[in-house]
Ligand binder design. Structure first.
Ligand code: ZN
Length: 129
């Protein structure tokens, strides 16, 4: 899985965004440890509280299909936004601090960080033992 293909898949997912309120189209593509890829887009809701980010849609699709270990994730927005804190917390549930998180923009600029850099002191399943 090349990073270019993952970027293309994330950008493709952004075209299916349901974002009539913010107008912000976000797409994500996640690769699981067994090599499966799941795409997600942000899905807004008129209640606002029912809104969900693209990253969480992709992760929930993976988990609901039985793939619980994440290897890398790409987030696409026109402006190259990083994932929000809630999405980082969800990533920490299904990946360790070495998870590769890449966020890219419409011009092809991108940044890759480790989950542990973006979410220091994550609350993880280990805390619940
Ligand atoms: Zn988010």
């Amino acid at each position: 899985m090349s990073d270019t293909k993952l970027r293309d898949l994330a950008q493709d997912a952004s075209t299916r965004s349901h974002s009539p309120y913010s107008k912000a189209k976000v797409g994500s593509a996640v690769v699981t440890e067994d090599g499966k890829i799941f795409q997600g887009c942000n899905i807004e809701n008129s209640s606002f509280g029912g809104t969900v980010c693209a990253e969480r849609v992709a992760i929930w699709k993976a988990v609901s299909e039985g793939h619980r270990k994440l290897k890398k994730i790409y987030v696409y927005t026109d402006a190259g936004w990083p994932p929000c804190g809630m999405c980082l917390q969800v990533m920490a549930e299904f990946a360790g601090p070495d998870l590769e998180v890449t966020f890219g923009d419409k011009d092809g600029k991108e940044k890759t960080k480790k989950l542990g850099e973006l979410l220091t002191h994550a609350f993880t399943p280990d805390h619940m033992k």
